[in-house]
Design a binder for this molecule. Structure first.
Ligand code: 13P
Length: 250
């Protein structure tokens, strides 16, 4: 396959540093033969422990958030340089929980995406419609606007370093996933938008993940769809054997 799939675990606000290290040590041997890129995204406070535990494994580190300035009077924020020093290579940007609970606008998502790229961190940019937007039939419009605004000003030469995660909000943490056909269709729409921003050829090289109640039981079906290039997994990524099963189903 031209696009190497990514299986990323978004742990959200779960696990302490010691639990993080234990999880990674338990999971590393289970996923050593996986064909995809594997990423775990612990909380910022657990990244140091995670770095130590991932050494020598094929598990890469991601952060769940990052600020768009290098330094200054921004109490409580996380700097990109600190993430780099902690061995982080991916950063989730614009997760719907950050948009809804922490007031992250499309403009902020764009600033964070551009800053990540400037720092050579690979952003995983989240887009996705709410239950109401889905009900009103504006899913495609929603992800179209979010994608265009998130990537505004991002030059073509950097586009391949971005991954998009399509995460329908109604599917997050609900146990109700989008079907592989539904997810694939919206992801194809996102790819078409990438083709409009850049070129159709470049759009075929950008990875687009699915997230929202992906688990060990439905991963194979979702990941076999033509345009789904991996998963951003919440709940099921907290369990070592489930996460490994998902990684091995690519
Ligand atoms: P769940 O897998 O728990 O639905 O969460 C998905 C998600 O939000 C990943 O970022």
């Amino acid at each position: 396959m031209m696009r190497r799939p990514i299986i990323a675990g978004n742990w959200k606000l779960n696990k302490t540093p010691s639990q993080t290290a234990a999880f990674i040590r338990e999971t590393a041997p289970l996923v050593s033969g996986a064909r995809c890129e594997i990423v775990v995204c612990p909380t910022a406070a657990c990244l140091f422990a995670a770095r130590e535990a991932t050494r020598g494994s094929n598990i890469a580190l991601g952060a769940q958030n990052m600020f768009y300035e290098d330094a200054g009077a921004f109490t409580g924020e996380i700097s990109p340089d600190s993430l780099l020093e902690l061995g982080v290579s991916y950063v989730i940007v614009g997760h719907s929980e950050r948009r809804a609970l922490f007031g992250e606008s499309d403009e902020i998502v764009n600033k964070k995406t551009l800053k990540a790229i400037e720092k050579r961190l690979k952003p995983i940019v989240c887009v996705g419609e709410s239950a109401l937007q889905r009900q009103l039939g504006v899913t495609e419009e929603t992800v179209r606007i979010q994608t265009k605004l998130a990537l505004a000003g991002l030059p073509a030469r950097d586009a391949e370093d971005v991954a998009i995660a399509y995460e329908p909000i109604w599917a997050i943490g609900t146990g109700v996933n989008a079907t592989s056909a539904e997810a694939n269709s919206t992801i194809r729409c996102i790819r078409a938008v990438l083709g409009e921003i850049y070129t159709a050829e470049l759009a075929t090289k950008i990875r687009i993940l699915y997230g929202g109640s992906m688990n060990a039981g439905n991963a194979r079906d979702l990941l076999s769809a033509s345009d789904i290039d991996g998963g951003l997994i919440g709940g099921a990524s907290l369990n070592s054997s489930d996460f490994a099963k998902i990684a091995l189903s690519v």
